[in-house]
Design a protein around this ligand. Structure first.
Ligand code: GDP
Length: 298
């Protein structure tokens, strides 16, 4: 859990000897690899990925004496190598409107992320429209309206409890009529009734395609990085519900054990378009693999 979250950072020091300097050397043997695996698992990397990362790190180096600094650098390089393959900004197309469907469980940071994205694209000179597609959560709609005001972006809403697909259809009509560059569509995230959610999402997609058969152009899955290995389950579930094209990882500003990002990259190879680093409108950053690897390994 979050309270006991520990990055490999301080732990790496312990691995090579308590209180010893970063130049203290130790043999890279099975024992050390096992300890490294444990550190990575504790950092939320998951067993499979931790094993793969340490195996790659050790390749050609078993029996060698390495300093703590060297181990850290090897580990960071291996993590960066995995993450470089998924660090890709959300693709922007010339097609208008570019329709971005945003999915994810409630509480993952979907609404906040849509507000941040709207603000960024607006600042980049794009004409943006938001559709508050989670029509069953009045709070989500209100929150989106607040974000829309802050970003200076119109938010299309529908009466509480009304059909989100109907809102999506109206939003498509309006975005097309206005010549909008981007239409960001929020969706419900109630996993409690997965059959309903699947029906709802597929209906939204069907309806969007009636207006533009190439849409949606992006399907972003928003994941809370503090949920650890749960994020892996959520990808699996949402890939069945929609054609997920990329991820946004939120709450990486806190004590999140960011190791789950490595597990996600290793398992699904889905692009990570951006990371949430706070609750404010500007707290959305591009994903930087080198920076991430350095922070994760301490
Ligand atoms: P939704 O239910 O998926 O729409 O989630 P919200 O956007 O309402 O976010 C849930 C909570 O997480 C809110 O309190 C947000 O302020 C918070 N939140 C969202 N993204 C981030 C982030 O990147 N960092 C932090 N610290 N909090 C975030």
């Amino acid at each position: 859990d979050i309270e006991t979250a520990e990055k490999p950072a301080g732990l790496l020091g312990r691995l090579v000897g308590r209180g010893s300097g970063s130049e203290q050397r130790r043999t890279l043997d099975d024992d050390m690899l096992e300890q490294l695996e444990e550190l990575l698992i504790a950092a939320d990397m998951g067993v499979d990925t931790a094993l793969r990362v340490t195996a790659n790190m050790a390749e050609g180096r078993l029996g060698k004496k390495l300093s703590a600094r060297e181990i850290k650098e090897l580990l960071a390089a291996e993590v960066a190598r995995v993450m470089e393959q998924v660090a890709k900004p959300m693709p922007i197309y010339a097609h208008r409107p570019q329709v971005v469907l945003v999915v994810g469980v409630n509480g993952s940071g979907k609404t906040t992320t849509i507000g941040k994205l709207a603000s960024q694209f607006k600042a980049a000179g794009k004409n943006v429209v938001i559709a508050a597609g989670d029509t069953f959560r009045a709070a989500a709609v209100e929150q989106l309206q607040v974000w829309g005001e802050r970003a200076g972006v119109p938010v299309l809403t529908a009466p509480e409890g009304s059909d989100p697909a109907s809102l999506a259809y109206d939003a498509m009509t309006q975005a097309q009529a206005d010549g909008a560059d981007l239409l960001l569509i929020d969706t419900a995230g109630r996993l409690q009734n997965r059959a309903d959610l699947m029906e709802e999402l597929s209906k939204i997609i069907r309806v969007i395609r009636k207006k533009d058969e190439t849409a949606p152009h992006n399907t972003l899955l928003v994941l809370d990085a503090t949920t650890g290995q749960n994020a892996l389950n959520q990808v699996e579930i949402f890939q069945k519900l929609a054609d997920v094209s990329g991820l946004v990882m939120t709450k990486l500003d806190g004590t999140a054990k960011g190791g789950v990002l490595v597990a996600l990259a290793d398992k699904f190879a889905l692009p990570i378009h951006a990371i949430g680093v706070g609750e404010q409108i500007d707290d959305l950053a591009p994903f930087d693999p080198e920076e991430f690897a350095a922070a994760l390994t301490g």
